[in-house]
Design a protein around this ligand. Structure first.
Ligand code: EZ4
Ligand code: CO
Length: 403
């Protein structure tokens, strides 16, 4: 089999998605996700100008060799743009391989290790009352795991805390990023009050999660971890900026609160110290930002040695294609933890017909050969790219801070 052509499709059915379609001389084709939100066009140029020309004529079955060729061959290794471009190609190659084998992708990854994939969804609110109502509503919809975020009273609502449970595109589709206001001293005492109230109302038979979005220093995160211990959270996510990994040692010294990090990591080397020193409990890499199925498997297999469990990032900007790949990996690996799932717009589902399915808090990969997600190019053509950015955050005096 030979690769004959590769198409890069950019479309915005709610969020911008960069989708890779790899065609072969035998009529089989594969689909991959290469989206890096807010930097979509950089990945398109990387793919079209630098990767596609080296792949025409190659054997698509050699997914490991092609991954190594693109990774080592660049000389400039790692980083989100490079690894998303490699991911787009890699997912498409696994799709082709599994279609050729006439099997769902998870069978090629070792087969099922579990019956279903537990997800968590998000609840936000402008005050504690709104969040508690939202958590109770998701509980009624069957969710066994729920992430809760609350706005800081007196400050404008921040990302992830709006009343909507799907963080819909509102506020992101614009030419420049939103600028939000952050105040740690107001946030730190508020969050334990939120979780105390949630436990009062929904009880203890549900997993509760919280995302700090990299906004604290290590000692502040240690304080928050200690204060949250009575409420037994499933995890505290992105407690500190992810670059200075030694910072996690300080948090670990002070609290038994389980920790999760890694949605911005791109390779096993980015997570190596955190995993091998057992400074975290969940590693949040996702197929599209960590080098596809091949990259994700390398990371999760390494994590399994240290009892660190998987927790693929799954916001709306991780396309249904990458979500499909995540679900196949989730169902196959021994050290699955949880899968983030935000849901998608109707237009996104129309553009990406998918074999995977969601029902009352759990996902299934589907039994279709390949990863089971396709792209309808006619639908994609109706939703051209629009500039869209995540927000930035400033302290009340204007200082730029972590988001
Ligand atoms: O920061 O969607 O855990 N999920 C998240 C998301 C992401 C953004 C960027 O991909 O933190 O809100
Ligand atoms: Co997060």
């Amino acid at each position: 089999m030979k690769i004959t052509a590769i198409k890069i499709i950019v479309a915005s059915p709610g969020r911008n998605f960069v989708t890779v379609k790899v065609m072969t001389d035998q009529g089989l084709y594969g689909i991959g996700d290469a989206t890096v939100n807010g930097r979509e066009k950089a990945v398109v140029a990387y793919l079209e100008d630098h990767l596609v020309p080296c792949l025409i004529g190659r054997d698509p079955m050699r997914s490991e060799d092609i991954w190594q060729y693109l990774y080592k061959g660049a000389y400039w290794r790692r980083g989100p743009i490079t690894m998303a471009a490699i991911a787009g190609i890699d997912m498409a190659l696994w799709d082709i391989k599994a279609k050729a084998a006439n099997m769902p992708l998870y069978q090629l990854l070792g087969g099922r290790s579990r019956d279903k994939v537990m997800v968590y969804k998000h609840v936000g609110g402008l005050d504690i009352g709104q969040v508690v109502e939202g958590v109770a509503a998701l509980r009624d919809q069957g969710l066994d795991a729920i992430r809760a975020q609350v706005s800081i009273p007196g400050l404008p609502p921040i990302y992830g805390t709006g009343p909507s449970t799907d963080q819909s595109a509102g506020g992101m589709i614009q030419a420049l990023p939103n600028e939000e206001v952050w105040a740690t001293h107001k946030y730190l005492p508020l969050v334990p009050k939120l979780f105390e109230k949630i436990r009062d109302v929904v009880g203890w038979d549900v997993h509760l999660l919280h995302d700090v979005h990299h906004r604290l220093t290590p000692i502040e995160a240690a304080r928050l971890g200690k204060d949250l211990e009575p409420f037994r959270l499933f995890w505290l996510e992105d407690a500190i900026p992810a670059e200075l990994q030694e910072g996690f040692r300080i948090i670990r010294q002070h609290t038994t609160q389980p920790l999760a990090v890694g949605e911005v990591f791109n390779t096993v080397w980015d997570c190596q110290q955190l995993i091998s020193e057992q400074l975290i409990d969940y590693i949040r890499v996702t197929s599209v930002h960590a080098g596809g199925v091949t990259g994700l498997k390398k990371i999760f297999d390494f994590a399994a040695i240290y009892h660190v469990r998987s927790a693929c990032h799954g916001p709306m900007d991780v396309s249904p294609v990458a979500m499909g790949c995540n679900i196949h990996v989730d169902v196959a690996i021994p050290n699955f933890g949880i899968q983030e799932f935000s849901g998608y717009t109707e237009a996104t589902h129309e553009m990406f017909p998918a074999a995977w399915s969601y029902d009352r808090g759990y996902l299934q990969p589907g039994e279709q050969p390949g990863h089971g997600v396709d792209i309808d190019e006619a639908v994609a053509a109706r939703y051209p790219y629009e500039p869209a950015y995540l927000p930035v955050a400033r302290l009340e005096d204007g200082t730029l801070t972590s988001w």
